[in-house]
Design a protein around this ligand. Structure first.
Ligand code: BTN
Length: 260
């Protein structure tokens, strides 16, 4: 078994990046890599700093939910310092980087469930959480949190067994966590730099979106809307066509696909 320093070296030696992962902290167990990353960002950690933990005791998900994070999963947070416009693209950048990584390590075509989930055969394999601190027009820092089921056997966890899968469950190929992590960080940096340079990303994101064309229920704060997921705007909003023909544009929310 490799220790954390060896794991850090194994990841960094496979990295193909200019700045992402040059500072990398690997822990056995933390409350949440988001919390550790935030502490480091506040203290001035450079852009590209990565926090990884084998286990999180208080992993957090979107909408205040907890995130199950036992050993064998990837729990990673990455500190970035984007401009406001790029900040709004981080979900797209991250989900596409996860898709490309899964394709490269396992030869699987994963899909995106709007706005933040990566699915394999309709089951969640990865969740993404973006947190940021903004002052006026300035983004002090953004933290991308990625929780990916690599080796987890979802059937051992009744809370998620019906909804989740893992890369290992879906492929016969051996999957190395360090290799996957290095590829993911490299893909993330490539896409991030491209978007910062003005590359469009929305059409590609939309092309991998599993949600479009389906009848869905979207919960967003205290509002619940139902309709056909019709389109995705360039800012990432979901356009929903209600049964009465009117449309709603939703910036963030939780989607449930309805059977009709
Ligand atoms: C979601 O689908 O609700 C998002 C889940 C994000 C989980 C990751 S695991 C690494 C990082 N640390 C956390 O506490 N959360 C994110």
């Amino acid at each position: 078994m490799k220790n954390n320093r060896q794991l850090t070296r194994a990841i960094q030696s496979n990295l193909n990046t200019q700045f992402v992962g040059k500072q990398l902290y690997y822990y056995d167990s933390v409350t949440s890599t988001m919390t550790v990353a935030r502490e480091k960002a506040v203290k001035g950690a450079p852009e590209g700093t990565v926090i990884i933990a084998d286990e999180q005791t208080s992993g957090r998900g979107r909408m205040g939910r907890t995130w199950l994070s036992p050993h064998g999963n990837l729990a990673l947070s990455l500190i970035l310092k984007p401009c406001l416009e790029t900040l709004t693209r981080l979900v797209m950048i991250t989900s596409l980087a996860v898709l490309q990584t899964i394709k490269l390590v396992a030869n699987i075509d994963a899909t995106i469930k709007w706005p933040n989930d990566v699915l394999i055969k309709d089951k969640k394999v990865c969740g993404i959480l973006i947190e940021s601190e903004i002052k006026g027009e300035l983004v002090n820092y953004a933290i991308i949190g990625i929780g990916s089921n690599i080796y987890l056997d979802a059937s051992n966890f009744s809370e998620i067994s019906a909804l989740a899968t893992s890369i290992r469950q879906e492929t016969v190929q051996a999957v190395s966590k360090t290799e996957l992590t290095a590829i993911l960080l490299s893909e993330l940096e490539t896409l991030y730099l491209a978007v910062k340079d003005g590359a469009p990303i929305h059409e590609e994101w939309k092309a991998h979106m599993d949600t479009l064309g389906k009848w869905v229920e979207v919960k967003s704060g205290k509002t619940t809307e139902r309709g056909i997921a019709e389109d995705i705007m360039t800012n990432g909003s979901l356009v929903l066509r209600r049964a009465d023909g009117t449309t709603a544009e939703i910036l963030a929310g939780d989607v449930t696909v309805l059977k009709r």
